[in-house]
Design a protein around this ligand. Sequence first.
Ligand SMILES: NC(=O)C1=CN([C@@H]2O[C@H](COP(=O)(O)OP(=O)(O)OC[C@H]3O[C@@H](n4cnc5c(N)ncnc54)[C@H](OP(=O)(O)O)[C@@H]3O)[C@@H](O)[C@H]2O)C=CC1
Ligand SMILES: [Cu+2]
Length: 453
Amino acid sequence: TILTCMSLCPLGMEPPPERELLCIFGTGDLGRSLGQRLLQTGYRVVYGSRRPHSCGPLPPGAQVMSHTEAAQLAAVVIVCVHREHYDFMEEVAPQLKGKVLVDVSNNSKKGLYPESNAEFLQSLIPAASVVKAFNTVSAWSLQNGPSDAHRQVFLCGDKAEAKQKVRELATRLGLSVLDRGSLSAAREVEDFPLQLFPEWRLPLCIATGLTGFFFFYLLIRDIIYAYVEQDKDISFRIMVSLANKVFPIVSLIMLSLCYLPGVMAAILQLYRGTKYRRFPDWLDHWMLCRKQLGLLALGFAFLHVLYTLLIPIRYYVRYKIREYTVLQIRENKTEVFDTTTAWYTDSYFSVGILGFALYILLGITSLPSVSNALSWREFSFVQVKLFLYVYGYWCACACHAHTPHVNTKAATHAQKRTHAHTHTHTHAQVRRLTAPPSAQAQGRTGAVHTLKR
Ligand SMILES: NC(=O)C1=CN([C@@H]2O[C@H](COP(=O)(O)OP(=O)(O)OC[C@H]3O[C@@H](n4cnc5c(N)ncnc54)[C@H](OP(=O)(O)O)[C@@H]3O)[C@@H](O)[C@H]2O)C=CC1
Ligand SMILES: [Cu+2]
């Protein structure tokens, strides 16, 4: 007997455990992918189907039979059927007594049914323990091996042992599991796949609203006004000039909206004398999307930078410079270099760049991966970012407070000049425009001559 035992269990190893049998209802996309993964992981799989003999191709090694037969064989039944078809479950109810039922279903819309799918299933089969799981992984990602983004499984259920079983199963499939509590949390879990950037919604709405508002405001003020009052068509300005006014305005407003609720919350806490009371809902919502507000503000600031860098290569700007140069030549005048203007424009740009650098710094320190890597001391140092913010905001404000000032100064300067030119040259220009090309050439050589002279 010792010899036979030695040969049966060599090196004192226990005999390999019987591979556990799992049951899957439904041979659709998810049923097949999940079954395939379970087989690869070392489970045995039996499918329960309405048409065990005519269902599509199944993963090799799986058995198919009727729902009743399949349910009898396994302790865990994964229901890969849409909720609309759950009524067939009632016929199988006697075989499902005391079993673990896994509900994987999702809905196509929020609030389609009064109760969650999992709770509905539990009410159909009260004698089974329903566990909600796997609804956030897709058939596709199961087939391709789950990537990081598709690894998260949320569990909920009322029976601890049932949950433990499903947790083991999911872990063996290489998924990471998060327990969301009792079955009443199923509704929330079922809403996860339907969520569309929930914390981005409000900031995006604000950004769109502000952009739209300022765009139309500036459209009326600049372009439509010029068209109606002076009969000038400057509609081309919509693309760059107008956009480059809208973006910094929206960016600064979003930045202040990002920091305002924190200040308001602090004031509220001081006023109430306690930090243990809930904030009002609106403030709560607002506080929760601060990061997104800040990131959008950074995005708009970035656009402003790009649009500003673009200015020198714009056709309109190059045209204006050329025109002005030509006028100077014709007038035989030289503009003296104005140190004050040079100082103005240079400091305006440098303040803008520094403001943008602070913006980026704020953006980086708000990333969780960065703030998590900081020690407490470093973290409290980063708290100084509030100060940095104030400074950055001040810089940006200063920059933009200067913008109209510098611009109007330069613009009135330039305008005065061009006006002077147009006034003195109107007749000459009209003559030149109506004159034949040879005369135009003459005019030009005349200008060159005057320049040489
Ligand atoms: N596809 C996916 O990526 C994901 C799907 N889910 C959920 O998994 C469930 C199944 O999805 P999926 O596999 O894509 O759907 P499919 O439409 O591909 O498959 C559904 C299966 O349900 C069975 N079925 C259909 N009608 C009935 C009925 N009247 N009575 C009994 N059984 C029926 C059929 O199997 P048979 O013919 O063998 O009876 C069918 O193959 C859904 O609740 C879905 O929300 C969750 C996460 C991801
Ligand atoms: Cu600017």
